[in-house]
Design a binder for this molecule. Structure first.
Ligand SMILES: *[C@@H]1O[C@H](CO)[C@@H](O)[C@H](O)[C@H]1NC(C)=O
Ligand SMILES: *[C@@H]1O[C@H](CO)[C@@H](O)[C@H](O)[C@H]1NC(C)=O
Ligand SMILES: *[C@@H]1O[C@H](CO)[C@@H](O)[C@H](O)[C@H]1NC(C)=O
Length: 561
């Protein structure tokens, strides 16, 4: 979005019947549609648009409270906020509510409450939206994927509401079609038949099973006991998971577990789970959560709205979790976007929603991406490293990948780098400056030294054995590392709850301080990309493997168990 200082003052005739001309301000404008999108004509004037108004709220207090409950040593450490407390911290001012209601009323538009109090939903025909917002909604078609979207390149709002509106969504926010957008797994190796048994132990250097991971990281096989300690697993772009495949996976790789051990499914935005079409990503995520977080209750959240790479699904899933009275203690997502293709307003809004969820006590994990210092777009990266989203959000824990049996080295696809939207978090400033000193002039000018740096931690991510539609495939990616780490934290939480203690919540301030001792530093390998060797893994934190790989026993010790 255009910053306030750059706003162009402009006047628009109001819709017929409006009492007096009003000063409108261009609230958001882009010079052109993103590359690949072409305007392909005006939509039907009567077509109904569903728009959402994001209200401006000051997140300073929310972030303070988040850090207060997440920083070891703080008096309020792990005293998480209730839903009502978070809602109060994010509530728009009375002035904002009044001004916006008056504006909508004048235009005869009725708003319905959004997922949280920061959002209002409106529905109105294209013609009316054009008039009310001084906009020109057009149909845009993406040349290679055929994805279409009704969007405008600019819109305006009256001066009276301008200070209260953060942005209107999706309006100028285009989808990120999946060919270059939402990324999932990086697949390595051929599919193997399930008769081709992967043996643990000796073969852990080349094929990873739950047993290997238990051995690498001291993950217990004992079952969790606390039914209130739950984990949510995200699924986007129709990444389905099959219960039959899971059962066969457990029969083969967790012979100590009931093959009936399973997961629940929850739909967001009409998402489904067609078990006859299991995906690589959904299968991986479910098999390595159910298969390692033994008996932790797991819900697979399948999100239907963003099959075209529309960011709506990211928003709706986090807001669904915020709306729960008791959100999951762990939330893991192996999907992401190129940061450059997510507008900074939307990026900030989604990141702020993660801060709300973190304040409620949820540990949030995201994969860093599988393109080294690049972001997975199909266009060549030449001048600057390209960060991923939401890796740059300082309120989530970002997981990179390693390869091989311990001592591991960095997996070369492990995305890492520095955000161009979010600045470095206080908890990581020392880690970053230590790294930059070691790095010297390497890659100078190719990345943003002031940005939030990621990943925070890492774990094995190469050649996971996954049952997909009855066959065992070898799957690699930070998509594998992330559900694994999330599962370990879910098991730590189970023990905390059993001991009458609160769960861990937002992890990063702990990880970069008292928790660092629970991680094995990874000091070899790098993440090449953009025509460079990328960043080297070094002693201490680095933007390839973060602080290193977790050890369950050391984690227990670090949390005082
Ligand atoms: C898998 O097994 C089937 C039949 O059992 C066989 O036809 C096929 O060639 C095998 N595929 C691989 C990759 O070994
Ligand atoms: C698994 O479920 C089936 C059918 O619900 C049941 O007959 C069987 O006893 C269960 N097996 C175990 C090990 O719980
Ligand atoms: C670098 O990151 C900061 C946030 O730390 C951001 O404000 C700035 O715009 C970024 N610079 C570039 C060139 O993207």
């Amino acid at each position: 979005m255009v910053a306030a200082g750059l706003l162009v003052l402009s006047f628009f005739a109001l819709a017929l019947g409006a009492p007096a001309p009003n000063v409108f301000r261009v609230h958001d404008a882009r010079s052109a549609a993103p590359a690949g999108f072409e305007a392909s004509g005006a939509p039907d004037a009567n077509e109904v648009l569903q728009l959402r108004i994001a209200l401006k709220t000051d997140s300073t207090q929310l972030v303070q409270r988040l850090l207060d409950v997440s920083t070891p040593g703080s008096q309020n450490y792990r005293k998480f906020l209730t839903k009502a407390e978070v809602a109060q911290l994010t509530a728009p001012s009375d002035d904002a509510t009044q001004a916006i209601n008056a504006w909508l009323k004048k235009n005869d538009v009725t708003a319905t409450p959004g997922a949280t109090n920061q959002w209002l939903n409106i529905e109105l025909p294209v013609a009316k939206a054009n008039a009310m917002l001084g906009a020109e909604f057009n149909v845009y078609t993406h040349s290679t994927t055929g994805v279409t979207a009704i969007r405008t390149l600019a819109y305006s709002v009256p001066e009276s509401v301008q200070p209260h509106v953060d942005f209107i969504f999706p309006a100028t926010t285009f989808p990120v079609p999946s060919s270059r957008g939402i990324s999932s797994v990086y697949i390595s190796g051929a599919f193997h038949n399930s008769t081709h048994a992967a043996r643990a132990d000796a073969s852990c250097a080349t094929t990873i099973t739950p047993t290997c991971l238990q051995q690498f990281y001291n993950i217990p096989t004992t079952a969790a006991t606390q039914k209130t300690n739950t984990m949510a697993v995200s699924s986007f772009v129709q990444s389905f998971a099959s219960k039959t495949d899971l059962s066969n996976f457990l029969t083969k790789f967790r012979t100590d577990l009931s093959a009936n051990t399973t997961f629940s499914v929850a739909a967001v935005d009409g998402g489904t789970n067609d078990e006859t079409k299991p995906s690589i990503e959904g299968s991986l995520d479910i098999q390595y959560t159910v298969g390692t977080a033994t008996d932790v209750p797991i819900t697979f959240f399948t999100v239907g709205s963003n099959n075209d790479g529309d960011l709506t699904g990211f928003l709706d899933l986090v807001n669904t979790l915020i709306a729960q009275e008791k959100p999951p203690s762990v939330f893991t997502t192996s999907f992401g976007f190129p940061e450059a293709l997510v507008g900074s307003d939307l990026a900030n809004n989604i990141c702020n929603a993660y801060a709300q969820l973190g304040a409620r006590g949820t540990s949030i994990f995201f994969s860093s991406g599988d393109s080294g210092v690049d972001d997975g777009q199909s266009t060549a990266c030449t001048t600057q490293f390209r960060p991923t989203f939401p890796s740059g959000c300082p309120f989530v824990t970002v997981v990179g990948a390693t390869q091989g049996a311990p001592p591991e080295s960095a997996a070369k696809f492990s995305s890492g780098g520095f955000s161009n939207i979010f600045s470095a978090a206080t908890y990581q400033k020392e880690a970053i400056s230590g790294y930059l000193t070691l790095l010297g002039q390497t890659n100078a000018g190719l990345f943003n030294t002031t940005g939030r740096a990621y990943p925070d931690i890492s774990a094995a991510g190469v050649n996971y054995q996954v049952n997909i539609g009855g066959s065992i495939a070898s799957v690699s990616g930070t998509s594998a590392s992330t559900p694994l780490v999330a599962s370990m934290v879910a098991l730590v939480n189970d023990r905390l709850v059993a001991a009458g203690k609160p769960t861990l919540g937002f992890l990063n301030p702990f990880l970069y301080s008292t928790g660092a001792s629970a991680f094995t530093d990874i000091t070899s390998g790098s993440n090449p990309g953009c025509g460079t060797n990328g960043f080297p893994a070094v002693k201490g934190w680095d933007p390839v493997t973060g602080l290193g790989t977790p050890d369950f026993n050391k984690l227990l010790k670090a949390v005082g168990l």
